[in-house]
Write a protein that binds this ligand. Sequence first.
Ligand SMILES: NC(=O)c1ccc[n+]([C@@H]2O[C@H](COP(=O)([O-])OP(=O)(O)OC[C@H]3O[C@@H](n4cnc5c(N)ncnc54)[C@H](O)[C@@H]3O)[C@@H](O)[C@H]2O)c1
Length: 369
Amino acid sequence: MMVIPLGHFYSIFYLRCMLTYPIHTGERALRQLEQDLRQKQYEQIMVLVDTHTHEHCYPLLRELLPEHELCVIKPGEIYKNLDTCTIIWQKLTQANFGRRSLMLNLGGGVIGDMGGFVAGTYKRGIDFIQLPTTLLSQVDASVGGKLGIDFMEFKNHIGLFLDPQAVYIYPPFLHTLPQRELLSGFAEVIKHHLIANREGWQQLRNTTEVRSLDLKALIEHSIDIKSRIVELDPQEKGARKALNFGHTIGHAIESHYLHSPHPLLHGEAIAIGMVTEAHIAFRRKLLSASELAEIHQFIARFYPKFTIPTQDFDAIFARMANDKKNMLGQILCTLLKGIGTFLINIAISKEEVFAALNYYNHHGPDTGI
Ligand SMILES: NC(=O)c1ccc[n+]([C@@H]2O[C@H](COP(=O)([O-])OP(=O)(O)OC[C@H]3O[C@@H](n4cnc5c(N)ncnc54)[C@H](O)[C@@H]3O)[C@@H](O)[C@H]2O)c1
């Protein structure tokens, strides 16, 4: 076990930062959007939705918007690709959208990541606004300027960093969100507590039902943590890697099963990623046995067990070897150093990854290490 010299230790709690674009959260967010659009006077507006947000979210917004075009795409991660981008670019082109137009991304992380990417590259870039409608996108994906699509089965392989004009977070959109999707978003809430808020984690641990939580407060807490980190390091050269906790192994698992008969949702894969990466931290004596058990127990309360066949380990590890965060041929990971703090750029080995996957497969949260 070796902590390579690239590793840095951060505690973000003492840093106060502000992003350069506004984030409006709460019941008034849509009214604010209406006002802002009236002032901005875009030449054309394209509203990007998938079939679910078209049905459930667009009706809450339609009357508030100026004249606009609508682009409806199919829902889900498997459509976050170049073919769907082509459909959207074609639609913009056929409707003669010019440089002074706006793309309004009304949907979850898939719509936000892909709509932002399409807007940022169409005619070298038009404005876009994020209107997140899932818990995952409200607590995480809509903030931070990471845009992109999946390519050749690698997550977010093609993309760019670019900020939206603004983000409008309207929690009532969550009323129609299926429970499984709500829990997927909750994984990022758990992550934000684990990397940056030890006291908050002690409270969160009492949760038994996510819908009974004060979701607006939870969203604001997550946005606060994420925006402080992003403001410190917008392009993910250092501190921002904290947000990748759970994602080195989690992304590889998500991509590996994306085209299987039972794909995992993003947050479900990240939940497995957090348990397995916590196991690696435990073996390196960065986390205690009781901290690992706390994390595992809490995650097991919300996410069904997904056994990863041993014969898939090599393929999952091979995906990790192509991770964007790697350097000098090493697989780099963000590890917890106790709950509430973290280390970035930690090189992890195949043996550690396999041991962590075996731990996840064979140890219930209550069976000990
Ligand atoms: N850019 C970032 O910083 C960042 C961070 C985390 C995750 N992500 C990305 O976000 C994506 C996952 O986002 P997601 O979980 O929001 O997935 P998603 O966009 O696929 O939405 C999940 C499902 O919920 C439906 N839906 C959305 N809002 C709804 C509503 N209000 N009512 C009913 N149904 C609704 C969607 O149609 C879809 O079927 C992944 O691609 C991930 O890589 C990006």
